[in-house]
Design a binder for this molecule. Structure first.
Ligand SMILES: O=C(O)CCC(=O)C(=O)O
Ligand SMILES: [Fe+2]
Length: 355
């Protein structure tokens, strides 16, 4: 199987991952301090989560979902967040995705932008889904310090490898990854629906695989004081989000009982978080969890995130919220970001909107 993931990686004159490659940043951000600080000599295990043996995040064993339903139910109610083990994705594939992503991000900004023009993939800096866009021309203030590729999974068969040779290295492993993601998301969602006693109509999918998208992120290391978060605190708009995060570099933090907890990077595990659509579908019994990503001064962090949504025109019916479709939700989020500069989210659809 390993051979499947050996491709010609994009070549780059300055392709040394231990160095910061200035060309990989947009011109407006190239003046910032990109030097990698040397790692601290003796990391303090209390401050550095990568040095800790574990974290309190609930662990769900995918191979035992049917035997231990209550564990999943508790994780969804109390946390809206869990670590998934025994998920059946080969470790070689998870690692391959990380490696090709790293290679791709080390290309020049212009090459990355050029590779995506006229393609179904979009390339961005900052977080257009959370904050007003235009970050690559505005500079680092108020910008989320992250770059990424947005890959709509339904479009994968329509990529033209000759037109998009640079993206071919990542398209192939994503194609295999997609099959696993659909299997995992569907099984998890069905187990959650059972726990919630939801009667699902197959014709009106609350989890529509064709809506799935993968976002591949790089959070460059940065020691510049002007730069704040990799991704500021937010909830996801999805039903479920499944994250393949860097094996070594931490950054993801989750809000639990008003405390921010850092999620330890553990190889061969996935992080699952519930999004706004799942909270609405469950009538607030399950939580759309607030999370954020911090920047590491010493090392860049790669993460590969899968989001799946309801069918665009499927009405979500619940007691707490007025019926709404994902299309309406997304339009409202975009409108709020434009008018207010931030996402308001589910409270917009409550029967009595909170002030
Ligand atoms: O990169 C991560 O660890 C999390 C990304 C995330 O929260 C998001 O894309 O919504
Ligand atoms: Fe998120």
């Amino acid at each position: 199987m390993i051979d499947l993931y050996i491709f010609n990686l994009p070549t780059n004159n300055n392709n040394n991952n231990n160095m910061n490659n200035i060309e990989s940043y947009p011109p407006v951000l190239r003046h910032l301090d990109h030097h990698q600080l040397p790692p601290p000599p003796n990391p303090d295990p209390d401050k550095d989560p990568t040095q800790q043996d574990s974290d309190p995040i609930p662990i769900i064993d995918f191979s035992c979902l049917n035997h231990d339903k209550s564990k999943l139910d508790e994780a969804c109610k109390d946390w809206g967040f869990f670590r998934l083990v025994n998920h059946g994705i080969p470790m070689t594939l998870l690692k391959k995705l990380q490696e090709v992503a790293k290679e791709l991000f080390s290309l020049s900004f212009e090459a990355k932008e050029g590779a995506c023009s006229g393609s179904p993939v979009s390339y961005f800096w900052g977080t257009p889904a959370l904050t007003p866009s235009g970050t690559t021309t505005r500079g680092p203030q108020n910008m989320n310090w992250v770059e990424g590729f947005d890959v709509p999974l339904s479009q994968l068969p329509h990529f033209n490898p000759h037109q998009l040779p640079t993206l071919e290295s990542i398209r192939l492993p994503i194609k295999d990854y997609k099959t696993h993601l659909s299997r995992i998301a569907t099984t998890l969602f069905e187990a959650m629906a059972k726990n919630l006693d939801l009667s699902l109509k197959p014709s009106e999918p609350y989890l529509a695989e064709n809506t799935g998208m993968v976002r591949v992120y790089r959070y460059p290391n940065c020691s510049d004081a002007n730069v704040g978060w990799g991704m500021e605190a937010h909830t996801d708009s999805s039903v479920l989000s499944i994250l393949n995060q860097d094996d070594e570099v931490s950054g993801l933090q989750v809000l639990k009982d008003d405390q921010w907890l850092t999620v330890k990077p553990i190889p061969n595990t996935l992080i699952v978080n519930l999004g706004d659509m799942m909270q609405a579908i469950s009538d607030d019994r399950y939580k759309s969890v607030t999370h954020r990503v911090s920047i590491n001064k010493h090392k860049e962090r790669i993460s590969i995130c899968y989001f799946v949504f309801p069918g665009e025109d499927v009405a979500i019916e619940s007691y707490k919220y007025k019926p709404f479709t994902y299309n309406e939700f997304r339009a409202q989020v975009q409108q709020d970001i434009k008018a207010l500069g931030y996402k308001v989210g589910l409270s917009r659809f409550q029967h009595h909107e909170e002030c």
